[in-house]
Each structure stands twice: as C-alpha cells, then as structure tokens.
Design a protein around this ligand. Structure first.
Ligand code: NAD
Length: 356
C-alpha cells in the first residue's frame, strides 16, 4: 500500500514504514530523539520500535501513565520538565509512540516546548492509527472536559505499522472500530457497507480497512485543516459522545467509557436526530442502530444522567455564539454541518437508544 500524502507530511504505511521513518529522521539533523510512551506501549511496543530504529542520534525515553485521566496539564508539566532536564532543544524531535492519548499530548508538548519542535506520530492503537494520529489536532482535557486546550499543527510524519495491534486488548480494538464506522457513515457508503456483516471480515482484511479509513480522514482534513466546514463532519457522534465520555469520566458511579464506546452511543443518538429531521430514513436509522448495538453494549442513562450530559454540551468545541452545533447524517455517506437540536429531541433520542 502506498504512502498517503497529507497536506504537509506523509503517512507511511506497512512493512517499509521503518525505512521511511529513517529517511525522515536523516533529512533533518536532529540534536536528540525523544520517544514519548505510556506504561503499556513502553512494555509492548518500545522494544520492537527501538530494534528497528537504527540511528546514530542520541535517544531518550519519556514515560507517562496510561489512560484518558492522564491527558491533562499535570502530565504536560511532567513531560516539559523531563525535556528540560534532558536538554531538549528546538532541534530535537519527539516521537509519540502510543495511542491517541500519547499522540494528542505529545503533539501538544512538541508544539509548545521552546515554542515548537518537530514531532512524528507512531500510533500503536487502532483508534490512533485511523484517527488521532492524523490531521494535526493536539491537546489535553481540562478536568473531565475533553480536548479544551490544544493547537492544530501537523506532525512531520505518521508511521503506521499494524503489527503493533497484536498486543492491543480486544476492547481497545473495538473502541477504534467506532471511528472507522464513523468514516463510512459520514463519507463513504461503500466503506460502511463493508462492516454490515462483521463476521464475514477476515483478519487479513484489517490492513486494507485501516488504510481506507486513513484515506477518508486525510481527504477530509486536507480540504479543511482548520475546521471551518467539511472537517466538522468528523464530529458526527462526538457532540453527544464527548459529553457522555466526560460525564462518565468525572462521575464515580458510572463506568468509564473508552473513547470509541462513547462515540458509538453518540452516533446512535445523533442518527436518531438525523432521522427526526428527515435527513435519513427510518430504515437507515435502524440499520445503524442495529449494527452499532450489536458491537457495543447498551449503556443505561437515567433522567439525571441525561440532564447532566445535556448541561455538558455547552463546553463543546464546535459551539459558536453559545449555540450547540451538530454534524448530522444527510443520508449514509453524507453529512450536514452546523445543525441544531432542541433538548426535547435529545431526550427522545436517549429514550429510543434504550430500546432494543
Ligand atoms: P489510549 O491512548 O488511551 O490507548 C488505549 C489503551 O491501549 C491505553 O491503555 C494504551 O496504553 C494501550 N495501548 C496502546 N497501544 C497498545 C499496544 N499496541 N499494545 C498494548 N496496549 C496498547 O486511547 P486511544 O483509544 O488510542 O485514543 C483515544 C484518545 O484519542 C482520546 O483522548 C481521544 O480524545 C483522542 N482522539 C484524538 C483525535 C485527534 O484528531 N487528535 C481523534 C480521535 C481521538
């Protein structure tokens, strides 16, 4: 599979990706290479990565604790201090070896340390391969509020090696699948149709599906890097999904949801809203609901939960002039941005979500 050309960088894919990485590292004279990992990618991915990273440049490793609850400014402080103590300068490069938490936080660190150093994303989770590592959005959460602090700056390169997925827990694979399903729903009906019967998919199909998903995300980002129009389509399922993720993260009585699990709920709810606005048919809605519910267990929400989730919508990054904006489906494979939905409709969506 060929390298995918992004706006200002390339996504290297497959067996030769380490060769491309070496070439990228040689092109610029870097003073030091810093590799950011979390405790899991340090165990499962770093040894193999280092064995393949033949370089004369000095390497330093910085490790953070795994998990969304660590995607915050305190972890940034720890990394900034480590970089400073280890004499990083603006000619150093940061390689983010991990899932979306590592690439989001690492990208932000690279953009801010000494006003900016280069960074490369080497995603190790499915979600980071098909989504988080691509497109230049970097940042951290503010308390439980998702991605409130951040910056858009593209990496120097993205290196995709799907063999990292061999150690990724099954639940995390499922979480990443949600963003792949989203790519089909918002942009390419043929791609969505490939997931209609998951049991027919073979593990050999996975690389091709990941590659296509990256192509879809990249095509959208290339047309609208700073999210003035088309890129908002990637937020389908995320307006309610992020609020649900934040609510479960800060509420001890709720089981914390993985990003993709929360987005799957958000996609069902926002598909319902799309149907109620006559943007998709009943059949299309039921198809989406059936497929997603078959993969992701139904989460239960009581009235109080729903009220609190709706309150959280005011923090959504897409809001303009205090108005909550949705990206809704306009038929499968198309999206309508800047749509509104009143609270009554959101309650109805939750009610229908609870039914089989
Ligand atoms: P994550 O980074 O927390 O990774 C999930 C878990 O898998 C972690 O415990 C991690 O240590 C572990 N892991 C990763 N790779 C592994 C491997 N190969 N083997 C064993 N364990 C491994 O979460 P994620 O699902 O990768 O990413 C979610 C994050 O991405 C969220 O913070 C979300 O907001 C963000 N995101 C960002 C964008 C963007 O455009 N920047 C897009 C989508 C999601």
């Amino acid at each position: 599979m060929n390298t995918i050309k992004a706006t200002n960088y390339e996504v290297f894919f497959g067996e030769n990706s380490y060769d491309y990485l070496k070439k990228t590292l040689v092109k610029t004279a870097y003073s030091k290479i810093f590799i950011l990992v979390d405790e899991n990618t340090s165990n499962h991915c770093l040894p193999n990565f280092l064995a393949n990273l033949a370089t004369e440049v000095e390497i330093e490793i910085i490790e953070i604790e795994a998990g969304e609850e660590n995607k915050n400014i305190n972890t940034c402080l720890h990394i900034w201090e480590a970089l400073s103590e280890l004499s990083a300068d603006r000619k150093s490069i940061l390689i983010n070896l991990g899932g979306g938490v590592v690439s989001d936080i690492g990208g932000f660190i690279a953009c801010t340390f000494k006003r900016g150093m280069d960074f490369i994303n080497v995603p190790t989770s499915l979600l980071a391969m098909v989504d988080a590592s691509i497109g230049g959005k970097n940042g951290v959460d503010l308390g439980a509020l998702k991605n409130q602090i951040g910056i858009i700056k593209e990496p120097k390169a993205v290196v995709i090696n799907t063999s990292f997925l061999e150690t990724l827990p099954q639940l995390e694979m499922r979480s990443g699948l949600a963003e792949m399903l989203k790519h089909g729903l918002i942009f390419n009906k043929t791609y969505w149709n490939k997931f209609k019967n998951l049991s027919n998919l073979k593990s050999d199909d996975l690389d091709g599906l990941i590659y296509e998903s990256i192509q879809i995300k990249n095509e959208i980002v290339c047309q609208d890097l700073t999210e003035n129009g088309l890129r908002k389509s990637l937020n389908f399922g995320h307006t309610l999904g992020h609020a649900i993720e934040s609510y479960c993260l800060e509420n001890d009585a709720k089981t914390t949801l993985l990003h993709g699990e929360a987005i799957a709920v958000g996609m069902i709810l926002e598909s319902y809203i799309s149907m109620e606005k006559n943007l998709i048919s009943k059949e299309e809605y039921f198809e989406i609901k059936y497929i997603l519910k078959d993969i992701y267990e139904t989460v239960s929400f009581n009235k109080n939960d729903i009220n609190k989730i709706i309150e959280l919508l005011i923090y959504d990054k897409k809001n303009e002039f205090g108005k909550i904006q949705f990206a809704l489906l306009d038929g499968i494979g198309n999206i309508k941005i800047d749509e509104k939905a009143d609270n009554t409709l959101i309650y109805k969506a939750f009610e229908d979500y609870a039914t089989a």
